[in-house]
Design a protein around this ligand. Structure first.
Ligand code: APR
Length: 247
């Protein structure tokens, strides 16, 4: 018997759904120990506001500072492993005929867990490209405090993530919007539902009378629109939910 009450109607809908779309945010990786942007930063980085470091302007003004911050975050992500929430989504994907996992996370933990059809809306922190031309770069000095440069064009290297004020990858966004509009059920998991355009995806589904499920310990702007709200940690609720759907 699960500690969480999972409505029978939700279990039935997930069991019979042909198309499931899922949007995840930093909350699904919280139980893997990856700090969110909105968590207080620790140690050396406590004095900086992440939302002010994750911009093109910040990088142009002080590339070394932004590079060092991402090197620190890459170190945290490198130590993190997928948690039971990530694994439950892998099981749900195997069970569902058409499954699209849209994530705002840049930590790569969904793919590491074994999820197949993953759309990384905000890029991936483990990939590096150059600032001027987006040249992908495979090798760089991670240990050094010195800003590395592109071997092709000489511009500064940066993480291949979407910073505040930058556009999302067009194909990824188009595929995500399409999944939100055509699914039978949409799950929003561990996201504050504040950052656009990702936050509009469950609203798109809601406007088409698609069942929307929210899993989050705290209410968000999406909560009033959700058909089912499962308040609590994704690492506990998702395994309980998926076990009941697939049993
Ligand atoms: N399980 C589920 N949800 C959780 C858990 C958990 N264990 N722990 C925290 N949460 C919820 C919080 O209540 C919050 O609503 O996860 C959400 C995390 O919100 P944000 O930190 O705002 O993360 P996210 O929504 O992914 O942010 C979107 O903004 O910070 C930028 O580009 C960054 O991709 C990110 C985007």
């Amino acid at each position: 018997m699960s500690a969480f009450h999972i409505p029978q109607g939700l279990i039935e809908q997930l069991r019979t759904a042909r198309q499931v779309a899922v949007l995840t945010g930093a909350g699904i990786s919280a139980e893997s120990g990856v700090p969110t942007f909105r968590d207080a930063q620790t140690g050396l980085w406590a004095q900086y506001d992440p939302q002010e470091l994750a911009t093109r302007r910040a990088f142009q003004q002080n590339p070394q500072l932004v590079w060092a911050w991402y090197a620190w975050r890459r170190g945290l992500v490198a130590q993190a492993v997928p948690n039971p929430g990530h694994h439950a989504l892998v099981t749900l994907e195997r069970f569902t005929p058409h499954f699209t996992l849209i994530t705002q996370n840049v930590d790569g933990l969904h793919a590491q867990a074994g999820s197949q059809n993953v759309i990384e809306l905000h890029g991936n922190i483990k990939r590096i490209k150059c600032f001027d031309h987006d040249h992908p770069v495979d090798h760089w000095e991670e240990e050094t405090d010195v800003q590395p440069y592109c071997p092709v064009c000489g511009s500064a290297l940066r993480p291949d993530v979407v910073w505040f004020g930058e556009s999302l990858p067009a194909v990824a966004l188009h595929t995500a919007v399409n999944a939100a509009r055509t699914c039978d059920i949409f799950l929003s998991i561990g996201t504050s539902a504040l950052v656009q355009p990702a936050a509009s995806l469950p609203i798109e589904a809601h406007q088409r009378r698609i069942t929307v499920v929210e899993i989050n310990p705290h209410p968000t702007p999406l909560t009033p629109y959700a058909t089912y709200v499962l308040p609590g940690p994704a690492g506990e609720i998702l395994p309980a939910l998926v076990a009941q759907v697939t049993q």
